[in-house]
Design a protein around this ligand. Structure first.
Ligand SMILES: Cc1cc2nc3c(=O)[nH]c(=O)nc-3n(C[C@H](O)[C@H](O)[C@H](O)COP(=O)(O)OP(=O)(O)OC[C@H]3O[C@@H](n4cnc5c(N)ncnc54)[C@H](O)[C@@H]3O)c2cc1C
Ligand SMILES: NC(=O)C1=CN([C@@H]2O[C@H](COP(=O)(O)OP(=O)(O)OC[C@H]3O[C@@H](n4cnc5c(N)ncnc54)[C@H](O)[C@@H]3O)[C@@H](O)[C@H]2O)C=CC1
Length: 442
């Protein structure tokens, strides 16, 4: 059996390793147009902001590792088309040499691409995106220029907020723009995002929310950003207004979701029996929404790669759905969320209630201590938990895994009320904020 995998980043790597590690004798071919594989984009803001020494450790595998396992791997090779009827993949290397590979099974792992704001001036120098390692290098390089004093970041989602912090740490004036009235609006409710916005402002980032970029101005290089509310002098712009699925190769043959992602079943199989899709180019099932959706995260990419790898290898394995669990840490302020916020539930027309609580992480007699804010969101009719948000300068991140499991397993808010939660002053309070929030649920 021969499997061709197009795209060898997180999702493709997970699928390839699953096949190579568990199904000896299977033939695996990986094709990727990039020069590198396994880059952890989550580290970009950390090295650009000089919180870590460099980018070298942000890669967790390489071409050689796959060759050693017996796979064929073609880097800097772009797949140009696929003949789905005759099961042949056509690709071209950087020298323009054309090749082809036949397949029994094909795994599409072509990921996502940044959404490009379609406004005048978009070809000027000094405009950036932040997806690839190379783009991180370009941003880093531009920030090293003496004449780059003011950086505008468009999009206050996860990439935007993280890179705004990094630019500030590099001593730049930072202007952060978003169409929504707060940062991180797709992940948290305003009661949480307001704290993050305050944190950003206190650390010197100028916020421009509810403001839409309409034009980049400049001669050769960008010098001004025009929005529907004003004109700003800038030396560099970083665009981070979200990702869309990269489904160019199969969109005319395979069934797709509303954003173009390949529609997959719980084996990661597309509408073509021989073709699987994984990671950011594919849909995913949300247990909170109880529906198919699109969530671009490395964690989902890895899990979907494993599921596809086993199903292609011959072991039936069902994906169990996801909650879209995520986290962010900015100037020491930590936020984590899973499932749906109240705003996201409303958008999805799910009738929810929520319960909030705020307390110190540990008893008052412990000096190293800080407030924690929690919100649990649950469906009114069934009382199943559909989301949770937490924020603190304490490390509260591990709490979110329990809520992820609760959503996955349809646990009701009432089941949390008397849940056995341990107490030790070093870590938490006897009246734990999770218990307290659950007890307060209507
Ligand atoms: C700055 C940044 C920070 C992030 N931080 C986090 C985080 O903290 N946590 C988290 O969970 N997620 C994070 N993400 C999201 C995460 O990186 C993506 O969800 C993840 O990369 C998806 O993996 P993938 O393998 O599906 O797709 P991609 O990473 O997009 O990889 C797709 C691969 O396919 C190749 N390819 C595409 N088309 C072709 C073609 N025609 N021929 C050959 N090769 C092709 C590409 O070269 C690429 O290597 C971050 C992303 C960025 C950009
Ligand atoms: N910590 C983490 O888990 C991280 C995850 N990622 C993932 O990578 C993907 C891409 O990240 P982002 O690009 O930050 O997407 P995002 O979806 O997190 O944020 C995009 C932001 O851009 C705003 N926006 C959209 N159109 C706009 C416009 N025309 N003008 C101004 N603002 C506009 C949105 O309101 C939103 O706040 C996401 O799926 C994200 O979850 C990225 C970085 C870190």
């Amino acid at each position: 059996m021969k499997t061709v995998i197009i795209g060898s980043n997180h999702a493709g790597i997970a699928a390839a390793n699953t096949l190579l590690d568990n199904y000896p004798g299977t033939e695996v071919v990986l094709i990727d147009r990039n020069t590198n594989l396994s880059y952890l984009g989550c580290g970009t803001a950390l090295w650009v902001g000089r919180q870590i020494d460099g980018y070298e450790d942000l890669f967790y595998t390489n071409e050689e590792a796959f060759r050693k396992k017996g796979a064929k791997i073609f880097m800097e090779s772009s797949v140009t088309s696929i003949d789905f009827n005759n099961k042949i993949v056509y690709f071209e290397n950087k020298a323009g040499e054309k090749s082809e590979e036949s397949y029994d099974k094909l795994i599409l792992a072509t990921g996502s691409k940044p959404i490009i704001p379609n406004i005048p001036g978009k070809d000027l120098e000094g405009l950036h995106f932040l997806k690839l390692f190379q783009e991180g290098q370009e941003v880093d390089h531009d920030m090293s220029r003496e004449d780059v004093k003011t950086v505008a970041v468009i999009g206050a989602g996860y990439i935007g907020v993280e890179i705004a912090e990094a630019a500030k740490r590099r001593g730049k004036n930072v202007l952060l723009f978003d169409a929504m009235p707060t940062s991180l609006a797709s992940y948290y409710d305003p009661e949480f995002t307001h704290n993050m916005d305050k944190n950003l402002e206190e650390n010197g980032i100028e916020l421009h929310f509810g403001e839409l970029a309409t034009e980049y101005k400049g001669d050769k290089r960008v010098t001004q950003l025009v929005t529907d509310k004003g004109t700003y002098d800038v030396d560099m712009v970083i665009n981070a207004i979200g990702f869309t699925a990269n489904s160019d190769l199969g969109k005319d043959h395979l069934e797709t979701f509303r954003n173009g992602a390949y529609l997959v079943d719980n084996h990661q199989k597309t509408s073509d029996d021989s073709v699987y899709a994984v990671g950011d180019c594919a849909t995913i099932y949300s247990n909170a929404l109880e529906a198919t959706t699109y969530i671009a995260l490395a964690t989902n990419a890895v899990r979907s790669g494993i599921v596809a790898g086993h199903n292609v290898g011959g072991t039936e394995l069902d994906a169990i759905g996801v909650q879209g669990s995520n986290g962010i840490s900015i100037f020491g302020y930590n936020m984590v969320s899973t499932g749906l916020s109240v705003a996201a539930a409303k958008k999805a027309e799910i009738d929810v209630d929520y319960t909030d609580f705020e307390d110190l992480q540990k008893p008052g007699f412990i000096k190293e201590n800080a407030p924690v804010k929690i919100r649990i969101v649950y469906e009114k009719s069934s009382r199943r938990i559909v989301g949770a948000q937490l924020a603190s300068t304490e490390d509260i991140s591990a709490n979110i895994h329990m809520f992820s499991l609760a959503i996955q397993e349809h646990v009701t808010i009432d089941k949390l009320k008397l849940l056995d939660i341990f107490f030790l002053p070093h870590f938490n309070q006897p009246y734990n904020y999770i218990t307290m929030a659950a007890l307060r649920a209507k």
